[in-house]
Design a protein. Structure first.
Length: 337
């Protein structure tokens, strides 16, 4: 092989290795599909009741991203929760092309179908296909920043998706998301807590006048006094922690060690908590809500020594995941069903 051919071959390899997949994927922590590989025939069919087709999602989401820049709804930093770093500059100018969201239509159809019942993480910010630093998730038509708390509470290093660490006020009030309108068939960009919207989706799903949330924990921290005595590892500030929970009973069982706590909360009480940006003099907790991979997560903020907490004050049930229980833990509460 001549020297010129070798140089050309090495240059081609360098170019290919610098490319990153923008493919859609709904399998958590699985490898992202290679867009250059031969694709298998797709047997996925869009649900007739789905809010949109993949083509409409890509077209309208791109349009909304651009509009969020031109209308100044989003600043450059907000796009970092949703896009790769080299697309953030383009997005901030309102000049994104739909091609940046284009991927495997088959997996996107699957994501849209799944999102009618639970969040579907469809656009991954990943450099190796095995871990994710956020991106976008669909849930009942709306599009949310996946892992907003997970990523913004500590910040994200790396050139593909850098993000600064957010303060408590920013964690509660700087979350970017897109609200889908079935009437206009368009997205509207929003910046702030998606609490009202997510609560409406969950209430519709649960069909109840109270919101049911679950928390996986251990026997020690199933007790309110013990749980609120000191800061946990889920911080919102130097003196504020978060009691996390989810409407997904199965996800809570996965977090259980081996206890699952169930809380039923009046929606008005919950909405009041979301309107507070900081704890007041009586230490009434503020609250956070967002999407974590394929489930909704709620966090109820507290300071060490608090005597009140919305989640704990409304606990109605305790159970133990039998196959995780050892020793005396097995008799702590009845078995989870």
């Amino acid at each position: 092989m001549s020297q010129n051919l070798i140089i050309a071959f090495l240059a081609t390899l360098a170019l290919l290795s610098s490319c990153k997949s923008r493919d859609f994927n709904t399998a958590l922590r699985s490898r992202i599909d290679n867009p250059d590989a031969k694709q298998s025939p797709c047997h996925e069919i869009i649900n007739p009741k789905a809010p949109y087709t993949p083509e409409i999602l890509i077209e309208q989401l791109t349009s909304a991203l651009n509009q969020s820049a031109t209308s100044k709804t989003f600043e450059k930093e907000n796009f970092r929760d949703l896009l790769f770093a080299d697309d953030v500059e383009t997005a901030a100018k309102g000049k994104l092309n739909p091609e940046i969201l284009s991927g495997n239509s088959c997996t996107l159809v699957r994501a849209i179908n799944e999102s009618m019942n639970k969040p579907a993480h469809f656009y991954w910010l990943t450099g190796n296909g095995r871990t994710s630093s956020g991106g976008m998730a669909i849930y009942k038509g709306d599009v949310f920043a996946e892992g907003f708390y997970r990523n913004r509470s500590v910040g994200v290093d790396g050139s593909l998706y850098p993000r600064k660490r957010y303060s408590q006020e920013e964690l509660l009030g700087r979350q970017p998301w897109f609200e889908w309108s079935p009437q206009s068939k368009k997205f509207a960009a929003r910046l702030g807590s998606p609490a009202t919207r997510l609560m409406a989706h969950i209430s519709s799903e649960q069909g109840s006048n109270a919101l049911t949330l679950h928390r996986g924990t251990n026997t020690k921290y199933a007790d309110k006094v013990a749980a609120l005595a000191t800061l946990n590892s889920f911080l919102f500030s130097s003196n504020t922690g978060g009691i996390f929970s989810t409407p997904s009973y199965e996800k809570a069982k996965g977090w259980a060690n081996p206890v699952v706590l169930t809380s039923r909360i009046n929606p008005k009480i919950l909405l009041d908590a979301f309107t507070q940006q900081k704890s007041d003099n009586q230490k009434t907790a503020a609250a956070y809500v967002g999407i974590e991979f394929d489930y909704v997560e709620f966090a109820f903020l507290y300071s060490p020594g608090d005597t009140k907490n919305i989640f704990f004050d409304n606990v109605t049930n305790k159970c133990v995941v039998s196959d995780k229980a050892q020793g005396s833990d097995a008799s702590f509460a009845k078995s989870c069903q």
